[in-house]
Design a protein around this ligand. Structure first.
Ligand code: ZN
Length: 134
């Protein structure tokens, strides 16, 4: 069985990590698939998806702030749009994730959350979610 859904994420600022775990879990539960895999794909070149700590929001801030330090917005890039830093950060975190589904839910570590990564907001973003299994 395969289910497909599109999730919309409204990002509040230029760079931010947003915990979308509960939205993804809702899609998995709605699919009624008990065992399988959940594929999450971000169709944007200046955003990404990653799994990291869900408990202390300071971790997400530290990740964003350190990426900013590593890849400054203005660093003499060629790209005319002026958002090459966002493109580079997007490639670092990548566009997709696979998460195991067991007993009808996502299998994640206690402290793990699925984070949508915005690098060139605020924007309205899309996340494609495919749930495959039985
Ligand atoms: Zn661009």
């Amino acid at each position: 069985m395969i289910a497909f859904e599109q999730l919309r994420v409204k990002t509040p600022k230029r760079e931010v990590l947003i915990n979308i775990t509960s939205d993804i879990n809702k899609i998995v539960r709605n699919s009624k698939i008990k065992e399988g895999v959940c594929r999450i794909f971000v169709p944007h070149t200046t955003a990404g998806i990653t799994i990291n700590e869900n408990a202390d929001p300071a971790v997400m801030e530290d990740i964003i702030n350190y990426l900013k330090k590593l890849i400054p917005q203005r660093a003499g890039f060629s790209h005319m749009e002026g958002n090459s830093d966002a493109h580079i950060k997007s490639s670092l975190t990548g566009p997709s994730l696979d998460v195991i589904i067991h007993n009808g839910g996502l299998v994640l570590g206690t402290w793990q959350g699925i984070m949508f990564a915005e690098y060139d907001g605020p924007r309205h973003r899309k996340v494609y979610v495919q749930v495959q299994g039985e």
